[in-house]
Design a protein around this ligand. Structure first.
Ligand code: SAM
Length: 298
């Protein structure tokens, strides 16, 4: 390392907006630069002040904090930009990882840029990239989608759209909550097929860090056997464009008809069965069925 590669900002800290990454589990992942910036800033804008205070207490940092979350970001941005214009040094942190990545921060960044204020990234931990580099999937080209929509139909449409205009496979990186992971894996299976390779990265940098690698139906099966879905998760998918000869996944209506024909199940019984297999609720499936019926009528 030579002088040119060392910290861009001189001591004391130059005025500006500092976007500071914080650990996603392991406190050792805070950088020396992050600590210096957090110590020297005039104020730290935090997603959750209680959460950040724990981190600051651990490192004996006494910089004043204020909240910056999705419900107050627009108003706070105006207030903080006014301070930044007078030469303040403001640090921004989220609860974990990089601010602005599925977390508050980007509105404030835009406002600061418009106001001609310096915006300085202080890199560090990030769940999506940490999962990607250890996944074994293609890291040359990838697409980060953050959290998918809670509605099954919207999730599937998004997954289908991803590969529509592509020739080759693409690594898709998603954040997902434990209570929805089985549903999302079922969607991945129905859009890309049961052989699609996936990696589920759980509890990165923590004691119970785990990578589940395999095709989507295997990983779904492994998870379904567990009593409880726990921990923070990143899902990586080797999304393949649908080849011309590939069979379109059956609609819910077609699956119901198939179960009626092959096993004599009525709609209620068949919905119960499919819900269990997909790891979703019956009411969710019922909504999906209504949507399919609505689309057919149009
Ligand atoms: N800003 C953060 C970042 O840079 O990674 C992401 C914040 S987002 C609100 C939180 C989501 O990130 C979690 O629901 C989970 O999907 C993922 N995540 C955060 N920490 C994680 C960890 N230690 N292991 C796996 N996934 C994690």
């Amino acid at each position: 390392m030579n002088g040119e590669t060392e910290a861009a900002e001189p001591k004391p800290l130059a005025p500006g907006l500092y976007l500071v990454a914080t650990p996603i589990g392991n406190l050792e992942d805070i950088t020396l630069r992050a600590l210096r910036v957090l110590r020297s800033a005039d104020r730290i804008a935090c997603e959750d002040t209680r959460q950040t205070r724990k981190l600051l207490n651990h490192f004996e940092i006494e910089t004043p904090v204020l909240s910056l979350h999705e419900h107050n970001e627009a108003a706070r941005a105006a207030e903080l930009v006014a301070e930044l214009r007078t030469g303040a040094r403001i640090a921004v942190v989220s609860d974990a990882g990089m601010p602005g990545i599925s977390d508050p921060g980007s509105l404030l960044v835009k406002a600061a840029i418009e106001a001609g204020v310096a915006v300085i990234p202080v890199p560090g931990a990030n769940a999506a990239l940490s999962a990607l580099i250890a996944s074994g999937l293609n890291t040359e080209e990838f697409l980060f989608l953050g959290f998918l929509a809670p509605k099954a139909s919207a999730r599937r449409t998004r997954l289908e759209a991803v590969v529509k205009t592509r020739e080759g496979p693409l690594t898709v990186v998603l954040y997902e909550a434990p209570h929805r992971i089985l549903e999302t894996l079922a969607d991945v299976e129905s859009v890309y097929g049961p052989e699609c390779r996936v990696v589920l990265a759980r509890e990165l940098t923590k004691i119970h860090e785990e990578f589940l690698r395999g095709n989507v139906s295997e990983v779904r099966g492994l998870l379904a056997e567990r009593d409880r879905m726990r921990g923070e998760m990143v899902l990586l998918i080797e999304a393949q464009p649908q080849s011309k000869g590939q069979v379109r996944p059956a609609t819910l209506r077609e699956q119901l008809e198939e179960l009626a024909k092959s096993e004599g199940l009525d709609e209620k019984e068949a919905l119960k069965r499919i819900a269990r297999e997909r790891g979703v609720s019956k009411s969710e499936l019922y909504r999906e069925l209504q949507l399919e019926r609505g689309r057919k009528r149009q």
